[in-house]
Write a protein that binds this ligand. Structure first.
Ligand SMILES: [Ca+2]
Length: 465
């Protein structure tokens, strides 16, 4: 029954008290279009809406201001693991995608997984990916067009040249999973394709557009004009800032297309990075968090994020409840009126009441898996426990930190110590024991690292992805 029309915005919000996305969906006249914008390797503090003063991101800021900022939004510390989490609603401890799927590696997101794109397509959505896949391609069955996407455009791996789209002498640019020779800066091409898809969409269906930019990942490349406002920054930071500006402009173009076609009001736009910024303090800025890409410290796994759907999600709001990217799967499928029956057992939870009503996080604890066996963290309430992560708090950073021992546990109270500087593991044995129990419970049925993704085999890769 269609209870509420889009025009009655205040009523819409008022009637959805403590309702899941599934129940809320019944109050919405039309299923929303869903656009998930994923930045690659973006620093926590590198957008204006998250406090950045150096880099201008007006389009992201406008969207964030009109929506709800998620200030405790968790992901995995690397590209492929986060993407698998979004696509399955399941922890990497259950999908096995603990680390990067390197080009031509004989593995990928397991075929038994039922992807978000599949679930939304079954709910009646047209589905598209424009950008970076990074979940396997060694067999055709692993390609996006076989994983639920009606349309594919962009790159399968990562680390491509932004202008030639080559990686290690091999073209990595595809349309519908066939080689594509389009010319241009990849951020521009991804946005252009997104707008084309929106214009040419099947108007009888809602659209799910997954927009994972390869920006702002290295190699650091951008047309000179984007760097002009940032001449005073250091060389690498300057290029990175230009790449951020290009991505922000591209996002603005996609939003403008939605606006022009009068469908912005019926489009839920979600934005996040896929992991924390690399080289924090040099290239990216994750402050006030410690650590960066690859780490299970907050700087590696807590990323800038927001969701915007005016009239349905509150504007100008910041939600600090801890949520994880796995939560979008059930939330979005519920919102789409879809079914979760084909999905493997989900770890993600419907976070609609958290977004709309200020409800507490549905998780009593959130698992954050490291990229090597044994390394893991858990967030529960204000507390965080890390196992197997190097503790550099008591030694000098930089040169001397390399040889530090990896040992034991680190325990932090994030309410007092967001920068994870004061390890309380020794002084709070009861809390340590409680957090260990959370970690053991969350890892009790963890799958092993895939053999093809073992650290030894990963060393064969040429560069960090
Ligand atoms: Ca990444």
């Amino acid at each position: 029954m269609k209870l509420v029309l889009m025009k009655t915005i205040p009523t819409t919000l008022a009637t959805c008290l403590f309702l899941s996305a599934q129940t809320y969906a019944a109050t919405v006249e039309k299923k929303p279009n869903i656009v998930y914008i994923l930045a690659d390797d973006m620093g926590y503090a590198d957008a204006g809406f998250n406090g950045c003063k150096q880099i201008e991101t007006p389009n992201l800021d406008r969207l964030a201001k009109a929506g709800t900022i998620l200030s405790s939004f968790y992901v995995q510390p690397l590209c492929s693991p986060t993407r698998s989490s979004l696509m399955t609603g399941r922890y990497v401890a259950h999908t096995g995608v603990y680390t990067i799927v390197r080009p031509h590696a004989p593995w990928g997101l397991p075929l038994a997984e039922h992807t978000l794109a599949q679930a939304l397509r079954e709910a009646g959505y047209e589905t598209a990916i424009t950008g970076k896949w990074h979940l396997g391609e060694f067999q055709p069955a692993y390609l996006p067009t076989k994983r639920g996407f009606d349309h594919q455009y962009g790159l399968w791996f990562g680390m491509i040249d932004y202008f030639t789209h080559m990686r290690d002498g091999e073209l990595d640019w595809h349309r519908d999973d066939q080689p594509c020779l389009d010319e241009g800066y990849s951020t521009h091409l991804i946005a252009k394709e997104a707008s084309r898809l929106i214009r040419n969409r099947d108007t009888s269906k809602p659209l799910f557009l997954y927009l994972p930019f390869n920006a702002v990942h290295g190699p650091f490349m951008v047309p000179d004009s984007y760097m002009a406002p940032y001449r005073k920054l250091s060389e690498k930071r300057k290029i990175y800032a230009g790449m951020m500006a290009a991505m922000d402009e591209a996002i603005g173009q996609v939003v403008a297309t939605l606006e022009e076609l009068h469908i912005l009001d019926n489009t839920l736009i979600i934005f996040s990075s896929d992991n924390g910024g690399p080289s924090p303090g040099t290239i990216t800025d994750n402050s006030p968090l410690r650590g960066g890409k690859g780490s299970i410290l907050e700087g590696g796994v807590r990323v800038c994020a927001f969701a915007s759907w005016p009239g349905h999600l509150p504007g100008g709001k910041v939600v600090d409840q801890p949520v994880h990217i796995i939560d979008w799967y059930p939330t979005l499928v519920n919102l789409a009126g879809g079914s979760l029956k084909k999905s493997l057992p989900l770890d993600g939870k419907d976070i609609w009441p958290v977004l709309v009503e200020g409800a507490k996080s549905p998780h009593d604890a959130i698992l954050l898996s490291g990229t090597t066996p044994g390394k893991a963290a858990v967030r529960a309430g204000d507390w965080k426990l890390l196992r197997g992560e190097r503790d550099t708090t008591s030694v000098k950073q930089g040169k001397g930190a390399k040889g530090d021992k990896v040992e034991g546990y680190q325990l932090y109270n994030l309410a007092d110590d967001l920068g994870e500087k004061k390890n309380l593991a020794a002084s709070h044995p009861e809390k340590l024991a409680e957090m260990k129990k959370h970690l053991d419970r969350l890892l009790k049925d963890a799958v092993p690292f895939p053999k093809a993704a073992s650290p030894e085999n990963q060393k064969a890769g040429s560069e960090d992805l």
